[in-house]
Design a protein around this ligand. Structure first.
Ligand code: MG
Length: 394
């Protein structure tokens, strides 16, 4: 029997994880958490009867506490509540499906409480990869990736081969594949959110459309697999059938394939190391005419090379990259900035930031807070001595 706490159970990965768990008879839910969606969380509490459930928003936590008072589930609130779910004594595994750097402290808490991690929160490794991987090693905790690309690489390495030459992360190319910069000036939120292959949350879908998602995944892969940046390549695989590949010293390449369905890597992570019958969609080769490859267009989608160079700089550079992107995507989703402003804001923040070498968790959280505050202060017009607010616009 596996006991799993799910952080972010009402989001895209969280709800699909519960669908997967519904098909397995040896998994129990040890904890659930949501940011604000207490309506869905109440349904989940009544169905899965976890010992504990958390709501990040304190007010919503109070409301939920009253509405599930007739159940045995203990309701907790705020950041401390998320950590209580991460550390739930009944859990052996914690699925971290919270979006953004908000997942960092709960994930570290889970590791410190010797929980194995099913990692669906890439920002944890992007912002604090060295600290998190170090903590996992010190505690002998396994980190099983849920991100489809990293799951693919992880699966390719199950044979035990260690002579890796390079990792090849595949990318769909996102909603605006083939477009040039002039086309991107006027694209809308609705267009950005219509991903051709994957059904994901809003933040990840926007990140996929700017290609920063792939840059974040390169940083994630660097930490997760301990591979230098110059041995991680990105290739567009437009149909999202090959989820990533590993090339070995003898130039032999292993690829992991499947229909683009997040339930596939979620199911693999939950069942690991076993393979069981899955609710994920089966591949139908008769409906597939080709598997195509092309290099990413880094002239148009500049957030990809920007992210990789922030990863190479290390220290707080990826923290700044991530914070600026989280804030800018939020502004874009609210219709307050244009699509290309996301890139402009991230680039400006990276240029203005003074790197803190070997940052502590406190430095990371504080850097993240400062960057977001600067951006939100004036709708994306960053107020900083080294950059002028007037050239932030179109
Ligand atoms: Mg991915």
């Amino acid at each position: 029997m596996k006991n799993i706490s799910i952080l972010g159970s009402t989001g895209s990965v969280g709800t699909q994880a519960l669908e997967v768990i519904d098909c397995l008879d040896d998994v129990r839910v040890a904890g659930l958490s949501s940011n604000t969606d207490i309506h869905l969380l109440e349904k989940q509490i009544r169905k899965y009867k976890p010992p504990v459930a958390a709501v990040a928003d304190e007010k919503s936590a109070l409301a939920l506490k009253i509405s599930v008072a007739d159940t045995p589930t203990k309701v907790v609130g705020g950041a401390a509540g998320l950590c209580e779910v991460a550390a739930a004594p009944e859990a052996d595994f914690v699925l971290t499906a919270i979006v953004g750097i908000a997942g960092l402290i709960p994930t570290l808490t889970a590791i410190e409480n010797n929980k194995n991690i099913l990692l669906a929160n890439k920002e944890t490794l992007v912002t604090a990869g060295d600290i998190v991987m170090g903590a996992a090693r010190a505690r002998n905790v396994i980190i099983i990736p849920v991100d489809s690309e990293h799951s693919a690489v992880f699966q390719c390495l199950q044979g035990g081969d260690r002579d890796i030459k390079r990792i090849i992360l595949t990318a769909s190319g996102g909603s605006f594949y083939g477009k040039k910069r002039k086309d991107l000036e006027s694209v809308t939120v609705v267009q950005a959110l219509s991903h051709p292959n994957w059904d994901m949350g809003k933040k990840v879908t926007i990140d996929s459309s700017t290609l920063i998602n792939k840059g974040l995944e390169v940083i994630e892969a660097h930490h997760l697999f301990g591979i230098d940046y110059d041995r991680i390549d990105v290739v567009i695989q437009r149909e999202s059938i090959i989820h990533s590949m590993v090339e070995f010293e003898d130039n032999s390449i292993l690829a992991q394939m499947g229909w683009p369905d997040m339930k596939l890597p979620i199911h693999y992570a939950i069942c690991y190391p076993e393979r069981k019958k899955s609710p994920a969609r089966q591949m139908d080769f008769s409906r597939l005419s080709s598997i195509s490859f092309s290099p990413p267009d880094v002239e148009t989608f500049r957030l990809l090379p920007l992210a990789i160079s922030a990863g190479k700089r290390g220290a707080t550079a990826p923290v700044v990259l991530n914070a600026a992107n989280e804030a800018a995507v939020e502004l874009f989703l609210k219709g307050r900035i244009s699509f290309l402003d996301i890139e402009r804001i991230v680039e400006k923040c990276l240029n203005a930031h003074t790197i803190i070498p070997t940052p502590s968790i406190g430095d990371i959280i504080e850097t993240d807070r400062q960057i977001k505050e600067e951006i939100m202060y004036d709708n994306g017009n960053i107020r900083n001595n080294s950059i002028s607010a007037s050239d932030t616009g179109s």
